[in-house]
Ligand binder design. Structure first.
Ligand SMILES: [Zn+2]
Length: 831
C-alpha cells in the first residue's frame, strides 16, 4: 500500500474541507470481519475537481458520491477515486473490513482465560481507512458521530460518551473536530471502574479476567488522573474539552498507550497482576499523565503533517515528568527519566540512524514513523528543558498557552510553536533551534580538574562537538562532586565554548567523584574522568543524590556501548554499589541492564555463566537484608530468579515453595523462574505446559511460548523459528515472545544456522505483518550471535534495496549495536 505523500496531502487539503463523519460499525459478523458504513460530508474549493478517499477494505460493497454510484472496481491501493466533486458533497461508502491481529487497525483478540473476545481501534498512524472510509491525513479534522452494532453482552466505548440504545445497539456522542487517527472504538465484555473528577466522568476498563487487578489498581490510577487534570488545567489555562475521559487497558497493544481524545487505550500489562515495583507504578503514572497532556498538545492542537509528530511527543514526555514531580508522589520522576528514557534516547543517538529532533522532512506518512524514536521523546524533552533554561519558565508557559488557544481544534507547525515562544519571551530562537533542534547528534561534556595538595588548582569544562554534526549548542547544566558522601563541589553554569575555565571551583577540596550534568538538565555524552571511574566502586553508593547516581549509571552504560568503559568495570561498580542502592528506578533498571544487556551482549559467552552466578549472589545479598515486599526485595528476587543456577531453589520457587514474601501467587514472577529453568534445559514442553495450565491467561500463553523458544534443544529452536517466521496467524505479541526466547542458548552452535535465515526469513514477513509490529519483530529477533560473520550478513542485508522502512530502520540500529559489542569485545579482550 503506498504511503500518503506530503505533496498529496497538501494538494488534498487545499481542495477539501471535511464537514462531518458519520460512521456505523457492525461488529456482530463473526471473528474475521466487520461491517463499516461511512457517510462523509465535505466541501470542495474547486467544483469539478478530482480527488480520492482512503479505504482499506476486504470488499467495498457500495459507494456513492452525491447519490451517484462509484465503481468499486476503481479502488486501487486503498484509494477510491472521486471524480467530479461538487462544492458540497455527501460520500457514502459501505464495506466489509477485516479485524487485525498485529495491533494496527481494529484489533481483535481472544482471552484464553475465558474465551471472550475483545476489540479495540488503534488507527495511528495511517490505519483509519482499515476501519472507515476517510480523508486520512492529520490536518483534515472533522466531528464524528459513531453508531455500533455489537453482540448483546458487549460494552462499547469511544471518543464520545457511549449510550446503549437497545440491546447490542450503541451510539457515541458527537465529538469535537478530531484528526482521523484519533478515532477509536473499544468493544467487548470489558469490565469497568467509574468515577468523576471536577465534573469530568472518568472510566477505567479492562478484560473481564483482569477485573481483580483493575479494581486493586484503580484508586492509584484515578488519583494520578485527577492530579494530572488539576495540574494541566492550571498550567494550560484551558479546560479539558473532550467530555468524558476513559482509559481502556487493551490486549496486545504495540506501544505504551495512545492518546485518543476522550478514550485513551493503554497496554494491559499496566494492570500488574502480581507485585509491582515502585518504578513500575511510576512508569504507569507517567504514561497516564503523558496521555492526558496530549489532550491539549496533540489532540486539541494537532501537528499539520507527520514531520512535527516529534513535537507532540517531546512535549508530552516533558509535561508528564513535570506533572509527576510537581503534583504527585512521584517526585523522583526525573531520576527515572535519566535511567530509562534518556538511556533509550542516547542509544538512538549512537546509531547511524540518528537524526535532528525536528526539521526532518517526512515525504510520506510511513517514513515519518521511522524517525519516531528515543530522539523524539527523550532528546526532545531534554531539549525543551534547555529551551526553558534559555527563555525562562514563565515565557515558555505563556507561549504554550498562546499556541494552544490560537490553534485550538486545528493544526500547528514547529514554526507556530517557536513563534509563540518568541513572542512570549521577546527572544529570537533562530540560532538556538538550529543548534538544538535542526542538528543531529550530541556534544561530549567533561570536566578537567587539576589537583594540588588535595585542592583544585585548575578547573575547565570541555565541550566537544561531534565532527559529523557540529553545532554551537549552549548547555545549561551543573557540575557536582563528592568524597565519601560529602558534597565537595556544586555549580550551575552555561557553556558554549570548547573550553570554559571555572575559577569558582579553584581552591575547593578535590572530590573523589566528579559528575558533569549531575542534575541531568542537558543532553550530552557525559565523559567521566579516569579518576572518577576508578573511585566509583568505593564511592558511588555513598553519593547521596539519586539523580547524580542515575547520571553516573547512564554514563557507564554509554561508555560500555562506546567501548570506553569495560563491561567488567560496569560489573565491578554494580557489585559494590547496587546492593546499597535506595532509589527504586535505579534498583530495578540497573539490575535489568546488567542481566539483560551487559551480560548477554558484552561478556563473552564462555564467561557468562560465572558472571550470572555473581549477579545472583548480589541479588541474594539484597534479598536477605531488604524489607519484604519493597522494591529492593522485588528487584533482588527477580534478579535471583533470572540468573541463579541453583536448580533446587528454582524448582522450589517454581512450585510455590520458600518464595520471598509477597511473591506467592505471583504468576509473572513464576514465569521468570520457569524461563530460567527452560533456558537451562531443565524443563521440556510438557513441563512448560503444566505451568501454562496453572496460568491459563494471555500472559501465561505468551510466557509459555517464550519458554518453549528458550529451550536449548535443536527441535525446540526449529519449532520456534517456524512458528515465528511462518504464516501461522500468530499475533504481534506471540511473535515478539517467540523471538525473545529464541536466541537464548548455551553456545552459538545451537543457533548459528539461524543467523543467515534471519536475514532472509524476517524481512519476508513484510508481506503479512504490519510495519509497526514487524519493526518490533526485526528488533527482538535480531541474532544474539556476536560474530564477524553476523556482521558481514547484516551489512549485506542493509545493501538490499527491497527492504520495507519498518524492516530497514530497526536493522540499521541492531547492526550498529552489534558493531558496538564487537568493538567492546576487541577493546577489552582478555581483560
Ligand atoms: Zn505520546
Amino acid at each position: 500500500m503506498p504511503s500518503l505523500t506530503l505533496a498529496e496531502a497538501r494538494e488534498r487539503a487545499d481542495l477539501v474541507t471535511v464537514t462531518s463523519y458519520a460512521v456505523d460499525l457492525d461488529l456482530d459478523r463473526g471473528v474475521e470481519v466487520f461491517g463499516s458504513r461511512s457517510v462523509v460530508r465535505f466541501t470542495c474549493t474547486t467544483p469539478g475537481a478530482r480527488t480520492w478517499v482512503d479505504v482499506h477494505a476486504r470488499t467495498v460493497t457500495s459507494a456513492t458520491l452525491n447519490g451517484r454510484a462509484l465503481d468499486a472496481g476503481d479502488l486501487v491501493d486503498g484509494r477510491l477515486p472521486l471524480p467530479d466533486v461538487a462544492g458540497e458533497n455527501e460520500l457514502v461508502v459501505e464495506a466489509v473490513m477485516a479485524y487485525s491481529h498485529d495491533g494496527q487497525g481494529l484489533h481483535r483478540a481472544t482471552d484464553p482465560a475465558d474465551g471472550l473476545d475483545y476489540v479495540y481501534g488503534h488507527l495511528f498512524l495511517d490505519a483509519a481507512p482499515s476501519v472507515y472510509a476517510c480523508f486520512d491525513q492529520p490536518d483534515l479534522k472533522a466531528p464524528y458521530e459513531l453508531t455500533v452494532l455489537a453482540p448483546e453482552e458487549w460494552v462499547v466505548l469511544g471518543n464520545g460518551a457511549a449510550t446503549r440504545e437497545a440491546p447490542g445497539r450503541w451510539r457515541l456522542a458527537a465529538t469535537l473536530p478530531l484528526a482521523t487517527y484519533f478515532v477509536t472504538v473499544c468493544a467487548g465484555p470489558y469490565v469497568s471502574v467509574t468515577a468523576e473528577h471536577d465534573g469530568i466522568p472518568l472510566g477505567l476498563h479492562a478484560r473481564a479476567s483482569l477485573r481483580e487487578p483493575l479494581e486493586r489498581h484503580a484508586p492509584e490510577m484515578l488519583e494520578v488522573t485527577r492530579q494530572s487534570f488539576d495540574y494541566f488545567h492550571d498550567l494550560f489555562g484551558i479546560r479539558y474539552p473532550f467530555g468524558e475521559y476513559h482509559q481502556v487497558f487493551v490486549p496486545e497493544f504495540n506501544a505504551g498507550a495512545m492518546e485518543n481524545p476522550g478514550c485513551v487505550v493503554l497496554r494491559d500489562q499496566y494492570l500488574f497482576r502480581g507485585a509491582a515495583t515502585r518504578d513500575e507504578l511510576l512508569g504507569r503514572a507517567n504514561t497516564i499523565s503523558h496521555e492526558l497532556s496530549h489532550m491539549w498538545f496533540g489532540d486539541l492542537v494537532t501537528m499539520q503533517w507527520w514531520d512535527d509528530l516529534w513535537l507532540n511527543e517531546s512535549f508530552a514526555e516533558y509535561m508528564s515528568h513535570r506533572c509527576l514531580v510537581d503534583a504527585t508522589r512521584y517526585t523522583d520522576a526525573w531520576v527515572d527519566s535519566s535511567i530509562v528514557r534518556k538511556v533509550w534516547g542516547y542509544g538512538a543517538e549512537r546509531s547511524p540512524s540518528t537524526h535532528p529532533v525536528a526539521g526532518v522532512e517526512a515525504l510520506d506518512a510511513q517514513s515519518a514513523l521511522q524517525n519516531f524514536d528515543g530522539i523524539s521523546y527523550a532528546k526532545g524533552a531534554a531539549t525543551l528543558r534547555q529551551l526553558i533554561s534559555f527563555v525562562g519558565d514563565d515565557a515558555f508557559i505563556a507561549g504554550v498557552r498562546d499556541y494552544l488557544s490560537r490553534l485550538a481544534y486545528g493544526n500547528g507547525t514547529l514554526a507556530d510553536f517557536l513563534g509563540a515562544i518568541e513572542r512570549a519571551s521577546g527572544r529570537s530562537l533562530e540560532q538556538w533551534s538550529r543548534a538544538w533542534l535542526l542538528t543531529a547528534d550530541r556534544d561530549t561534556l567533561s570536566v578537567r580538574l587539576t589537583e594540588q595538595g588535595g585542592a583544585v588548582s585548575d578547573a575547565v569544562v570541555l565541550r566537544e562537538t561531534p565532527t559529523r554534526h557540529p553545532a554551537d549548542r549552549p548547555h545549561a547544566f551543573d557540575v557536582a562532586g563528592w568524597t565519601d558522601g560529602e558534597q565537595r563541589l556544586g555549580l550551575s553554569l552555561t557553556v558554549t565554548d570548547a573550553e570554559t575555565p571555572v575559577p569558582a571551583l579553584v581552591g575547593n577540596p578535590a572530590p573523589a567523584v566528579v559528575v558533569p550534568n549531575a542534575a541531568d538538565l542537558t543532553w550530552a555524552r557525559i565523559r567521566l574522568s579516569d579518576s572518577t571511574i576508578d573511585a566509583l566502586p568505593a564511592q558511588l553508593a555513598s553519593v547521596p543524590d539519586a539523580q547524580a547516581r542515575a547520571v553516573v549509571w547512564s554514563a557507564l552504560l554509554d561508555g560500555v556501548h562506546g567501548a570506553t568503559v569495560s563491561p567488567d568495570t560496569f560489573l565491578e561498580v554494580f557489585h559494590a554499589s547496587w546492593p546499597h542502592e535506595t532509589n527504586p528506578s535505579l534498583l530495578t533498571r540497573v539490575a535489568s541492564y546488567a542481566e539483560h544487556r551487559i551480560v548477554p551482549w558484552f561478556v563473552p559467552r564462555e564467561r557468562q555463566a560465572g558472571v550470572r552466578s555473581a549477579l545472583a549472589e548480589s541479588g541474594r545479598t539484597v534479598l536477605k537484608q531488604a524489607p519484604a515486599g519493597q522494591t529492593a526485595s522485588l528487584a533482588a528476587a527477580r534478579l535471583v530468579a533470572g540468573t541463579s543456577d541453583d536448580e533446587s531453589l528454582l524448582r522450589a520457587w517454581a512450585s510455590g515453595h520458600d518464595l520471598p514474601e509477597g511473591l506467592s501467587d505471583d504468576g509473572d514472577f513464576r514465569w521468570i523462574v520457569v524461563r530460567n529453568l527452560a533456558g537451562r534445559g531443565l524443563l521440556d514442553d510438557e513441563g512448560i505446559e503444566q505451568f501454562r495450565s496453572r496460568d491459563d491467561t494471555l500472559q501465561g500463553s505468551l510466557n509459555a511460548l517464550l519458554c518453549r523458544a528458550s529451550r536449548p534443544d535443536a527441535d525446540a529452536k526449529a519449532w520456534a523459528w517456524e512458528q515465528l517466521t511462518g504464516r501461522h496467524g500468530r499475533s504481534n505479541y506471540e511473535m515478539v515472545h517467540l523471538a525473545r526466547g529464541f536466541w537464548q542458548a548455551p553456545d552459538d552452535d545451537l543457533v548459528a544456522a539461524y543467523v543467515p535465515r534471519y536475514f532472509d526469513d524476517v524481512p519476508a514477513m513484510a508481506g503479512w505483518v504490519g510495519e509497526d509490529a514487524l519493526s518490533r519483530v526485526v528488533e527482538s529477533a535480531f541474532p544474539v550471535v556476536f560474530s564477524d560473520e553476523t556482521a558481514r550478513l547484516s551489512a549485506a542485508a542493509l545493501e538490499r534495496t527491497d527492504l520495507s522502512p519498518g524492516v530497514r530502520r530497526p536493522l540499521v540500529d541492531c547492526d550498529s549495536e552489534l558493531r558496538e559489542v564487537l568493538a567492546s569485545r576487541r577493546a577489552f579482550a582478555g581483560s
